[in-house]
Write a protein that binds this ligand. Sequence first.
Ligand code: DLL
Length: 433
Amino acid sequence: MIWNKEAECMSHEEKERLQLTRLQKIIKRAYENVPFYRKRFEEKGITPEDIKTLKDIEKLPLTTKDDLREAYPFGMFAVPRKEIIELHTSSGTTGKPTVSGYTKKDIGIWSECMARGLTMFGATEDDILQNTHGYGLFTGGFGVHYGAQKIGLTVIPISTGQTKRQIEIMKDFNASIVIFTPSYGLYLAEVAEEEGLNTKELNLKAIGFGAEMWTEEMRQEIQKRFNAPAYNIYGLTEIMGPGIALECKEHNGLHIMEDHFYPEIIDSETLQTLPEGEKGELVLTTLTRHGMPIIRFRTKDVTALRRAECSCGRTLIKMDRITGRTDDMLKIRGVAVFPSQIEKALLKIDGLEPHYQIIVSRPQHMDVLEVQVEASPELFSDEIKELVGIKRNIEDYIHNEIGLRVDVTLVEPKTLPRSEGKAVRVFDKRGFN
Ligand code: DLL
């Protein structure tokens, strides 16, 4: 089923026309109502009238997270504060958080985008959806909730935590859809097992997950544990939260809600726009956001755009699964390494649990990369000789994937920290980054 055929299956030409009209309108609104944009445009000698084609967007300045931080708290609003009916913020782990304000109309668009996405997973009003995302300043809880309510299905707004209770409710209420971050999904599965519940016996027809980086191998692991297909949800606080792009039944890239967001891929060094199909940093412009228009926001997420026919019938452009962030990349002895490459290698090996940490240090002016990974209980009870063999094996696998020797430490099952939201897996102790 398709939630909004008119919007999701539009011809390319029709969509471009709509995008241009919306782009011109939002640029004008931003210029006239947000002093930050006016100043930036003036510095570049640009006025809204210079935007005559979609490609002209490349003339506009980029916006960064730091720009939004400087406008903290309400400096990016394009409407009087009283028109803003809801606020969200980023987690603020690396400085002041960024604030995102929504008008009533914006919340309507958010609901619409998430309803489209949940429909891609096969959700209908007959479903019961357990939403384990936190309800609060984090956008995950409310975003999914709005979409679910728009469809009219039954939501269990359980939020994060109370893991044992989550399992009990999932079973007793017969939830058919569950939404979690991949790392919390793993934790849920583990606790369920401890409680003697077979997660495969739950009646799940779909899992929706996102909010953090994961590999295809992690998806397989989660699908196996819950015996249900898992669909990718992408979003970020600054633009809208979950619902910007989601996966359809093809499981091959996420459809971007192009009538509301204009995507570009740039080279994060030269800042030049890259052609379709090339991998780089995703830049997003909101085309319809009223309360807080965001022009050319640098997401730091690494992906590529692909416009191809999709068997689901939607014509919305697709982006690849996020494989990392430009600020995730570790430079180890001069070699670029993404944590996702390590995860990919680890999950290919039998006898390992999908719980790991990456620790980078520089003991004698030389980068050392240590990977701590949990062994399965069966593996852990093996002879030390065999463990040494497995450790070497893992080191070879990772070497193959990243081109560097790393030091692998096998740790006891259930000793690494578990996550109830976004997992923190990388610890760079070199004093930079
Ligand atoms: O994580 C919004 C969200 C909530 C998305 C629930 C999906 C589900 P932030 O906390 O602002 O917003 O974090 C945004 O998380 O720039 C990506 O680096 C990462 N991220 C989000 N979704 C995915 C995904 C929410 N599906 C940042 N795959 C983004 C990989 C993701 N990374």
